[in-house]
Design a protein around this ligand. Sequence first.
Ligand SMILES: [Zn+2]
Length: 534
Amino acid sequence: MTAHQDDTSGVGEERIRKLNAAGMPALEKARDRDRGAGPFKRMVLRGATIIDGTGAPPWSPADIVVEDGRIVAIEKVGLPRKLAADARRPAAGDHEIDCRGKFVTPGFIDCHAHIGVPYHALSGPMAPADYVFKLWLAHGVTTVREMGSFNGLGWTLDQKARSQANEIAAPRILAYSYFPAVNDMLKIIHTPDQGREWLRALKARGADGVKFFGAPPAIMEAALDECRTLGLRSGCHHAQQAVTRMSTMTSARWGLTSQEHYYGLAESLFENRIIQDYTPDYDYGDEYFRFSFAGQTFRQAAQPGSAKWNDVMDEFLELGFTFVPTFSIYDANRDLMRTRRADWHRDYTYASLWNFYQPDGGGHGSYWHRWSTTNEVDWKQNYRLWMQFINEFKNRGGRVCTGSDSGFIFQTFGFGYIRELELLQEAGFTPLEVLRAATIQGAELLDIDDEVGSIEVGKAADLLIHDQNPLADFKLLYGTGAMRLNQENNKVEWPRALRYTIRNGVVYDVDELLADIREMVAESRAASPELPVP
Ligand SMILES: [Zn+2]
């Protein structure tokens, strides 16, 4: 073992050990931080319009004082368009940002993220962690919940600690480990006691939580009980291999914290079947079958407004359950061309990531060789019902958080996260409700709402400074910007909203981050010159 390798003998390393053995290494870790100014002894953001993340509407003008990476004062300094005299405002800092005409929001929380994916190694030289981290920071993501820690728990905890010490340019990281109890992925836990023991060892190593893909019910029930004892939070992707014995409602009753994606929700709503309708030739190991049939579940379930629909909704609300829908990761299923030809691929999608998306690789989510109009229509109908459930759950007081799951299915890191904001709005959330989901609600899910998620004195300075109000159009948050016509010269421009991402008091210039990413992508292309990118 060299100094650059992590010890992969322990708990939480099962998946990377298996991947390593199959020729898939962990990502190259982030290099020492080469961007960002600060943290400063005292930094003052002057004359800002604040949108605080709680759902409160914008207000101005405010001065925000940050000392050693923490918000120490928020002061109203006059009236809109009429700032108070300097003498009545907070004293000067050693760094100041003029925020007149700008909007300050909390940093975004991606509750379903993967710091790259070792699978991509089979499609060419893998993107380094810096590529992923900088894409996130450039799109305002200042916290990620690593759902599975597939690079290994030790690897993830190392990047978490280095990020927290501002040694690398990266978001705050919460490490959730893959619970190895499903046959088609990796199963080493075969009894409830083995599950409990594994979780105790995981907790001792410093993991923040657990990512389930399902498990035999007795193991799952014991594991969720042990999570409660240990104070580990949990999320579950209810894989089709496990969902028949355990829908989302079952695991929610046993104490699961959040459902990931949509798997298991439709099954919770089934009333005239127990098992989804499969054709005899179905094979879960074939990604085309997996994803085409996944687009049919909601129409086989109880319909909106039915007694069953309402009962299920009521019970999830009573349980205080959370949904992390990750709408964006399935966006290609309802409109392949849109996602495949997205504006950002040319400059921002790394060569091996692009290769991985293609159907010939046979990798996870690469099933386009048979995708049809019928498949897209199935998925459009599926989304309507799924979005209706999620929006109604929010309207009735339930917690819904933003997660991107990027790195698969034509969703590139950062861009996929902003797409998720757009899709929550499509589901019926107002822009302020979307922002609340992206900030304070994510912080509550991750149990870090005393630290981040809103703009309040005492919290860490994970803040975004926008040149334009992002609530006016989430497209302004894409690294490529949003198309606008400059009325003065009649030319099309692509303005962006996000100017600075402040993470832990360190101020990142988004232009610099985007330039770094374009350079990394260009280099990756030079190594794969035949790569056809639209
Ligand atoms: Zn995922």
